[in-house]
Design a protein around this ligand. Sequence first.
Ligand code: NAD
Ligand code: DAU
Length: 339
Amino acid sequence: MTIIITGGAGFIGSNFIYYMLNAHPEDRLLCVDKLTYAGNLSTLAPIMDKPNFRFCKADICDREAVYALFEEEKPDIVVNFAAESHVDRSIETPDIFLQTNIIGTSVMMDASRKYGVKRYHQVSTDEVYGDLPLDRPDLFFTEETPIHTSSPYSSSKAGADLLAMAYYRTYGLPVTISRCSNNYGPYHFPEKLIPLMIINALHDKPLPVYGEGINVRDWLYVEDHCKAIDLILHGGRVGEVYNIGGHNEMRNIDIVKLICKELGKPESLITFVTDRKGHDMRYAIDPTKIHNELGWLPETRFAEGIKKTVRWYLDNEAWWQPIISGEYMDYYEKMYGNR
Ligand code: NAD
Ligand code: DAU
C-alpha cells in the first residue's frame, strides 16, 4: 500500500513514519510537508534513502502540487497530520491556522476523492471539545461531547473535523477522525511545554508557567498515539470519530517540578507568568470506544515516558540546538519578553 503522510517532518508525523516503517515494512510511505518553522528535515535524515520512503516538499493548500502528487503516486491511504499546531501562535496570528488547517484539509480531501483513496484519516485533537472544569473529575470527553472550542487553533481543527464528516456524508469519502490528548516524546518542537521546560532547565533559564500552573492536560507518549492511528487505519469504521488518551491527567506545575527533579535542577527556576488568553482548564479523554472496538491501550506509563523523553533531549542536543537559535529566539523574545 502507498500511504501519504502529511506533516511528517513535524513531531507526531515523524514519529508515525518511524512507527509505520517498523510495523509495516511492506508499505510505501510518502511524506508531504511544507517545512514550516515546525518541520525539520533532519528528523527524517536517517530514512531519506530508504526505497519505500519518499519526501516531498509541498504545501497541502497548493491544489496543483497535491493533485500532481496523487496523479503520480495513486495513494491508497492519506493520513493528514499537517497543521499549524501551537495554541499560543494561533492567538497571535489566526489566519495561517485557518488556511492550513481548514483549506489544506479540504484540498487533501478533494484530492483523496478525485483519486479514489481507500481511507482518508484526519488527525484531530481533544481541544475541539473545549475544556472541563477542575472541580468535576468525574467528567471526560467522549466522542459524543459537543464541539465547543476556545482558541483559533482548536476552532480551525474543529472546522476541519466538520468538513471531514461532511465529505463522508455528502461524497462518501471513507473518512476516519482521531482526537488525541497531549502527546510527548522525541522530536517535540521546543516551543511546547515539555521540551521547552527541559531545554530551559538545561540552560538554567526561567521556566515560564502560565497563570498558577493548575491547568490539567492528559499526557500520552507519542508512540501510543501512532499505534492507535495504525489500528484505526486497519480496523476503524469509516464515518467514525475515535478519542485517544491515556487517563494520565497532570497539572502543568507538577510536570515542570518533575522535569526539575529529573534534571537535578532547582524549582526556584519556576517563574509564574501572565496566563494564556482563553486558557483551557482541563482536558481528559474517555478512550473506551477505541479500547472496546480496536483493543487499543496505552503502553508507556508516564513515569517511564518522561524519563525516556528527558534522556532523549539530553542525548540529542544536535537535533534541538540548531532549532533554538535564530528564528526561534525571535519567537521566544516576542512571546515571553513581556509576560
Ligand atoms: P507540529 O507543529 O510538530 O508539526 C506540523 C507539521 O506540519 C510540520 O512538519 C510542518 O512543517 C507541517 N505543515 C504545517 N503547515 C503545512 C502545510 N500548509 N503544508 C504541509 N505541511 C505543513 O505538529 P504536531 O504536534 O506533530 O501535530 C500533528 C497533528 O496532530 C496536528 O494536526 C495536530 O493538530 C494534531 N495533534 C497534536 C497533538 C500534540 O500534542 N502535539 C495532540 C493531538 C493532536
Ligand atoms: O490536547 C492536544 C493539544 O496539545 C494539541 O492539539 C496541540 O497541537 C498541542 O500543542 C497541545 O496543546 P496545549 O496548548 O495543551 O500544549 P502546550 O505544550 O502549548 O501547553 C501545555 C500546557 O502548558 C498548557 O496548559 C499551557 C501550559 N504552558 C505552555 C507553555 C508553552 C505553560 O504553562 N508555559 C509554557 O511556556
